[in-house]
Write a protein that binds this ligand. Structure first.
Ligand SMILES: [Zn+2]
Length: 324
């Protein structure tokens, strides 16, 4: 399998309907609605090389498994970075019991808050833990090697670290939270549970809707692969079609061709966006289904590209400014 998380293979029984739904005419309304909003929009001078610098810094920590010293180091790095940029950083602590472990593991989601007083908010998110083993290695000895997970974990954080440098210059009418989920990869056995962090976050958000109303969320998973392509992930379409239309039509308009407006993913994926959708927050997943180094020791910074991250960030920067 070439995928990041736990996948549900769905038969494309309704593929005709899907293809029909993706015809450009269906994007016209989303585009028209965005016409007025883009007048005051700022383009960001996202520095691709800077995002790669952050990605290498994260990978230099080594493995970042939930509950480990490595993930604590990464949390400190993230906290220091975003606080220096003027964001409010909230650490959401909880404990998770994995079936195959039998004892609680401390976990922490990180919430980086921009415009904290705004009740209406959107989320840009990613997991930030690494898998205990490189389970796609065919040689069992290699599986236990040091798995630093450059694209699958570090890329979402690195992209948002560089985007964070430009947040103050964006013309946002809604609050924005960058959320880094713990416990997405804390899996040792095929029957183990996934997505501890996003499930916890969604439960807490549901309790707090009087204070914060999350309109939508965009999940980033493997967003730095060289030559990456992002088809529309099927569950995103079914659960949060409006957000899909907004994001992919923005990419089309901006000429970011890694986003494939007329392609659906071959499979529907369960990822952190599933927990958010189940919790009532419309959420989509920007994910690379063809990354050759997925869950292999070869998922290193050399396989990643700042240009790929820059393309995704350009789309996100426009999208958040169009939320009014
Ligand atoms: Zn993964």
């Amino acid at each position: 399998m070439k995928y990041c998380c736990k996948f549900i293979i769905t038969l494309m029984a309704s593929s005709i309907l899907l293809v029909e739904a993706l015809q450009p005419a269906h994007f016209v309304n989303a585009q028209t609605n965005q016409e007025n909003k883009k007048m005051k929009e700022q383009a960001i001078p996202f520095e691709a090389e800077n995002s790669m610098k952050y990605l290498r810094e994260i990978c230099d920590i080594g493995t970042r498994i939930s509950g480990s010293e490595g993930i604590v180091k990464q949390r400190l790095l993230i906290k220091k970075h975003f606080e220096a940029l003027g964001a409010k950083v909230i650490e959401q602590e909880f404990k998770a019991i994995q079936k195959s472990m039998g004892k609680p593991t401390p976990m922490v989601n990180m919430i980086i808050t921009w415009h904290p007083m705004a009740r209406e908010r959107v989320i840009l998110c990613s997991h930030f833990d690494t898998r205990p083993q490189a389970d796609q290695e065919t040689d069992p000895k290699k599986r236990k090697g040091t798995f630093i997970s450059a694209n699958d974990g570090a890329s979402g954080v690195a992209l948002l670290m560089e985007l964070g440098r430009h947040m103050k210059n964006l013309n946002c009418s809604v609050g924005v939270d960058f959320v880094f989920f713990d416990g997405e990869e804390f899996v040792f056995d095929p029957d183990d549970e996934y997505f501890f962090g996003s499930k916890y976050f969604a439960r807490e958000a549901r309790k707090n809707t009087q204070v914060i109303k999350y309109r939508s969320a965009v999940l980033l998973d493997m967003v730095a692969g060289k030559g990456a392509k992002f088809p529309i992930e099927q569950n995103s379409w079914w659960k949060a079609g409006t957000v899909v239309r907004e994001v992919w039509s923005t990419a089309n308009e901006l000429g970011v061709d890694s986003f494939k407006l007329n392609e659906f993913s071959r499979v529907a994926v369960d990822d952190d966006h599933t927990a958010l959708n189940n919790g009532g927050i419309p959420a989509i997943d920007i994910i690379d289904f063809d990354y050759k180094h997925w869950h292999k020791l070869s998922d290193t910074p050399e396989q990643c590209s700042g240009e790929t991250m820059a393309g995704v960030a350009k789309v996100l920067a426009s999208w958040i400014q169009r939320q009014r």
